[in-house]
Design a protein around this ligand. Sequence first.
Ligand code: GUN
Length: 294
Amino acid sequence: MELLDGKLVSEAIKQELTTAVAEIRENGGKVPHLAAVLVGDNPASEVYVNSKIKSCEQVGFRSTLIRRPATISEAELLDLVHALNNDPEVDGFIVQLPLPPHIHEERIMLAIDHRKDVDGFHPINFGRMAQGMPAFLPATPYGIVEMLRRYRIETAGKHCVVLGRSNIVGTPISLLLSRKGYPGDCTVTLTHSRTRNIAEEVRRADIVIAAIGKPCFVQADWVKEGAVVVDVGINRIADPTRKSGFRLVGDVDFESVAPKCSYITPVPGGVGLMTVAALLMNTLKAAKKEIYPN
Ligand code: GUN
């Protein structure tokens, strides 16, 4: 069993991005600038956004964190999105999810200029991705394919079973891995809460992508010997031995599953770090206008 080490790979990517920023500076160009909008005080969102901002600093990007209270109205948040769309200083921005229940996430996502949508959540980016056109790929799926690429994991002809059909992970990674080329050319099964027998589906998988948000859901006897397991889950479970009172576990029961795998991502230290690296890669593309030249 070999770990798919998100720390190692994300650090390598950050090193490459640091070099890219240095080149931009040498050529008198504008340093990439990411803005992040954080609404309310969801502790997990707080951790993720802080990690995104800190990573920007590490690679030399400009970053701006915009905090708003959970009581912000939808109209006010839309105004903020429009201001960021029109701000020539901002290359890309994200609105951290989830948003408070009185705000329609869909309306906010649709309001983001797709040319600045470095999370890849706008339907224009999603549709372009689905058709294999240049697009901002959603950060987590982008991070996963980049991890598979950098570990040279074979994907062609493999059977990939995805758990979870969310718009931000399960559905887009299914599309990406079924597309022509590398990493791709998989036969993909997308499972979800209405799937009859998830364990049976997972047993057929050469590659398992677990993105359902249930702690330690995937069991050892579901996983084929030699499978590649990518664990997208970041779940907090109570742990009285920790000062924080909790610890993080994935959607895979790592202890029992890992010995059966050829490769597996740890939690933490796996996909989460790759998501941040992917967001930075998208921000560089936005600044260089690689996806949308105009
Ligand atoms: N919430 C969970 N993951 C993400 C992400 O990748 N981007 C944003 N904006 N919100 C999230």
